[in-house]
Ligand binder design. Sequence first.
Ligand SMILES: Cc1cc2nc3c(=O)[nH]c(=O)nc-3n(C[C@H](O)[C@H](O)[C@H](O)COP(=O)(O)O)c2cc1C
Length: 194
Amino acid sequence: MPLPIAFISTRSADKVRNIAPYSCIMPVLRPLDLICLASAKKRDTLNNIRETNEFVVNLVGHKFSDKVIPTARFSKPEADEFELAELSPKPSSMIGAPGIAGAYAWMECRLAGFHQGPGYTLVMGKVLRLEVNDACLTPEGTLDLDRTKPLMMFGSKKGMHYCTTADLNQFDPFGAMFPDNRDPLAPVYEEGTE
Ligand SMILES: Cc1cc2nc3c(=O)[nH]c(=O)nc-3n(C[C@H](O)[C@H](O)[C@H](O)COP(=O)(O)O)c2cc1C
């Protein structure tokens, strides 16, 4: 199954900037403002989140496919991965860690907790702020997939095949899942719109 490739940007306690691609990432139930990353234990990303309690989930388009390996290759914790990968920072509004300029959306997250497993750690992050590049939205304010072409990948035995998504142009309201056609979470979205 294709998985997203999100770029996680963090800073160490000494403010060294780091970037890593993560595909094992998912929201935890609606309204999708709690995010879970599955991380191997030996990750500067994980150490930085532990030290600073924050991270940015950068959602990127297909043109970032050539930034995957430069940010996924091992580099020393003291290396600035924005410089290594020739990416520019985008200042965050709510946290110190910068996002990546050129992404189509940025989730500024605060650590909400860890779940330790054998060989992995699940990182829970509360989304404090979601920002989307207006150029990636339709006039109705929904994601324009043709313009955005989110970066995704599927795995095979030897590696990663990069791909993107297609819009089926079929829509169902959340309320359609409920007997009275009313979405019980509708008030949450009304309060949350900006
Ligand atoms: C497409 C792709 C997806 C990846 N997804 C994950 C992931 O979900 N979790 C993880 O721990 N590592 C993942 N990795 C590996 C890390 O990106 C890689 O080990 C990176 O060097 C970690 O950087 P860091 O030590 O600076 O955090 C992925 C690598 C690639 C290329």
